[in-house]
Write a protein that binds this ligand. Structure first.
Ligand code: VAH
Length: 317
């Protein structure tokens, strides 16, 4: 069976659906910290930091793959440094230890372009370069990448990872990320016809639409072990845009949409990240290609969100 930890989060929500479709719902155990998750078959309430309980779940359900998505994102992590470090790193260490000493065949864990800092190339940031993160979240993801590589090299644990750009999705409300302006803006546009953006208008960031991100995870997890050349975490790229580019695209759908720029601490975080990413290794190792760009992502977001207008979305844990 497949265990998804963080199944109610931004990636987890859509990844759980995709894995159920690929393997069948009966093979999926969806876990999160929420007491319940209406509509999710085989849901269990699980604190990923409860190591004994986590190991019992892995044994009781004969888990062979673990997708660990539980994390505290960059903006929230700056306000709760100790909690972010503990959740983001201790959870990974716990999963790696359990994978090593049980019948777990593969592990997936998301890293982020937040591992890069001002010392990395601003544009076309390569796979191997200075990675001096300036956020607790980025530090935790960089440390986690080294742990993934360590458990692969020393114990042969087949853990695979992707450095995701900012992710945009319509399934759940944004949850504490610096790039979440690119999700909030759609809700503001539909609800109020306007959005006060917490980044400066020209703060360009690498971004990806969630369907591309979920497909990348499924593709990476199907790559034969011997073809995986990166055991820290793969750079992955789809598009790059600044708030002004996204606002202009939204105006094509809502001509009266208005945006204002009120930069806060998250603008400083974003300025420390690369504006675009080179993902040669992913293109070489598993023929990665993005399918959504700014235009098609925006159209698809409106298509989905307009149906949900005013209904409100589930909040991430
Ligand atoms: C964040 N969405 O904003 C995440 C992402 C590149 C940033 O990892 O914290």
């Amino acid at each position: 069976r497949i265990l998804i930890i963080g199944a109610c989060g931004q990636i987890g929500t859509e990844l759980t659906m995709a894995l159920m479709k690929q393997y069948g719902p009966e093979y999926i155990i969806a876990a999160d910290i929420l007491p319940e998750a209406p509509g999710l078959k085989n849901y269990i309430c699980l604190d990923v930091l409860d190591h004994p309980r986590l190991e019992n779940v892995v044994r009781e359900y004969s888990v062979t793959q673990i997708y660990l998505l539980a994390a505290m994102l960059s903006a929230k992590g700056e306000m709760q440094a100790d909690t972010a470090w503990k959740l983001n790193v201790q959870s990974l260490l716990s999963v790696l230890k359990i994978a090593r000493s049980n019948e777990v065949e593969k592990v997936f864990w998301p890293s982020s372009i937040a591992v890069f800092g001002p010392g990395a190339p601003r544009y076309n940031c390569p796979q191997h370069t200075a990675a001096e993160p300036l956020t607790v979240y980025g530090i935790s993801k960089k440390a986690g990448e080294y742990w993934c590589n360590y458990y692969f090299e020393k114990y042969g644990v087949d853990v695979r990872s992707i450095r995701f750009p900012g992710l945009i999705s319509h399934a759940i409300a944004p949850g504490g990320g610096t790039t979440d302006y690119a999700v909030e803006i759609f809700h503001g546009a539909l609800k109020n016809g306007r959005y006060d953006c917490f980044l400066e208008e020209d703060n360009c960031l690498p971004m990806m639409y969630m369907p591309d991100a979920v497909r990348a995870i499924l593709e990476l997890m199907r790559v034969p072990k011997e073809k995986i050349s990166i055991r820290t975490s793969y750079n992955l790229s789809a598009m790059s845009f600044a708030p002004c580019d996204l606002a202009a695209e939204i105006k094509k759908h809502l001509p009266d949409f208005r945006i204002s720029y009120v930069p806060d601490y998250r603008n400083v975080i974003a300025r420390g990240w690369p504006g675009s990413i080179k993902d040669d290794a992913a293109r070489l190792d598993w023929q990665w290609r993005p399918e959504y760009d700014l235009q098609t992502m925006t159209a698809d977001m409106f298509e989905h969100l307009s149906d949900k207008r005013g209904n409100g979305l589930p909040k991430p844990p």
